[in-house]
Ligand binder design. Structure first.
Ligand SMILES: Cc1ncc(COP(=O)(O)O)c(C=O)c1O
Length: 423
């Protein structure tokens, strides 16, 4: 479907839904209710994904095992808790394009970011800078600045922020590469969001990794807004590490356990410094309770604690659905849904808003960011009161995402009707 093939009108949206081979997945999720008891028009999967209807049964099973087995559940539950996190390994690896050895589901995003920087940010007097996007997610900014300080450097001289050109909102690929080429010898770590959380810009992670490695830099990605949104090939792209959360497109529930990728070439890099914990220790000898740490090869060697089973359980429900739907099929629908939303928004010759997300499909995921010149927060609140859920980022950005697992073309159509009415 090309942009030119889209048509305005509710009939067209209904016809698109009728042809959508993924439309039945919508039934597998709970939709929040509006004040009048109807399903909300939920376009906020970039912030918190919806609850799979099967999530409760996965949690119930863990609760039942705990009730019936107590501590024995570690080994004798239907899905024993000792290796419980591994129930997610294959699907997670497939979703981010990694080998199973390279991924682990653990902690939360910022914790994993620190763990990764402990191992992969190794500043020296010559090479001490970290590159991030200007306006990266605050937690990433705080984490990076605190790491720089922790190593005795200062953000004023060690933090390099990628900045769009004057008058532009998104970064140009060429500018990213020329900054890396220019400053590369002093850059220790390039840490970018795979998809920028404000603009929705998807970065060319493969090129950035190549470019960074050519200059001897370590390259890591924050995939919070990319995992479950776009197909990833973390292994082939060759990034050193990546981290993500599981509560956005991955529908794992609020504060759900995050994910971490460490490239296979570091799987046995025992000389890397790391903060260790017993869950990262070789399983064969873990319960001998010895004093010396022998890490598990691969990403699992970065685990610290035994994981929260109740938080992993709902993620299993969601990952089953992803495995069934397939990220490539989801992406194909997502590209069309987002282009359709953009097409409908473009019908208004409005000076009151502009879409700041890149237009090219290769440079964005499901999210569209709408910049509102006036009263944006009020608009967002009014929509929410009417059961239309997006979110607001200060100072002027309204974010919405049509999520291919549970949003329909009719959702998009209805959203644009409501948006224009409130506008
Ligand atoms: C891009 C990005 N990085 C980091 C975070 C922080 O995640 P957490 O609270 O799981 O550490 C978020 C949360 O929304 C995010 O969007």
């Amino acid at each position: 479907m090309t942009r030119a093939g889209f048509q305005d009108g509710a009939d067209f949206a209904a016809a698109m839904d009728a042809r959508d081979s993924l439309s039945h997945f919508r039934e597998r999720f709970h939709f929040p209710k509006s004040k009048i008891g109807e399903d909300c028009l939920y376009l906020c999967g970039h912030s918190l994904g919806l609850q799979p209807k099967t999530a409760a049964s996965y949690i119930d099973q863990a609760l039942r095992d705990w009730a019936h087995l107590g501590v024995e559940g570690h080994f004798h539950a239907d899905n024993p808790w000792m290796p419980y996190h591994r129930l997610l390994t294959q699907q997670t690896a497939a979703l981010v394009g990694a080998e199973p050895l390279e991924v682990v589901v653990m902690n939360s995003l910022t914790v994993n970011l620190h763990l990764m920087m402990t191992s992969f940010y190794r500043p020296t007097a010559q090479r001490h800078k970290i590159v991030i996007e200007r306006g990266a997610f605050p937690s990433d900014q705080y984490a990076v600045q605190s790491q720089i300080r922790y190593h005795g450097f200062h953000p004023t001289s060690s933090l390099l922020e990628l900045t769009p050109r004057d008058g532009e909102v998104c970064m140009r690929d060429d500018d990213i590469e020329s900054l890396i080429d220019r400053e590369g010898d002093s850059i220790a770590l390039i840490l970018l969001g795979g998809v920028n959380y404000v603009t929705g810009q998807l970065f060319d992670m493969e090129e950035i990794t190549k470019c960074g490695h050519r200059k001897g830099c370590v390259v890591g990605f924050d995939l919070a807004h990319a995992a479950g949104n776009i197909p990833l090939r973390t292994h082939d792209w060759g990034a050193d590490f990546a981290v993500w959360c599981s509560y956005k497109y991955l529908n794992g529930g609020p504060g759900c356990v995050g994910g971490c990728f460490v490239h296979a070439r570091h799987a046995r890099a025992w000389d890397l410094p790391r903060f260790a914990g017993w869950w990262g220790h070789d399983e064969k000898t873990r319960f001998q309770m010895g004093p010396n740490f022998h890490p598990i090869p691969g990403a699992e060697g970065w685990q610290l604690s035994n994981p929260p089973i109740m938080a992993l359980a709902p993620l299993r429900a969601s990952m089953e659905i992803f495995a069934e739907a397939g990220i490539e099929r989801l992406r194909a629908k997502s590209v069309t849904l987002t282009a359709y939303m953009e097409f409908l928004l473009a019908q208004f010759d409005s000076r009151k808003f502009s879409v700041i997300t890149p237009r090219e499909e290769a440079r964005r995921g499901a999210q569209l960011s709408i910049r509102l010149s006036d009263h944006g927060r009020e608009l967002c609140d009014q929509l929410a009161a009417a059961g239309v859920i997006g979110d607001w980022r200060e100072p002027d950005t309204f974010r919405i995402a049509a999520v291919p697992l549970y949003n329909s073309f009719q959702d998009v159509y209805r959203f644009v009707q409501c948006f224009s009415a409130v506008l």
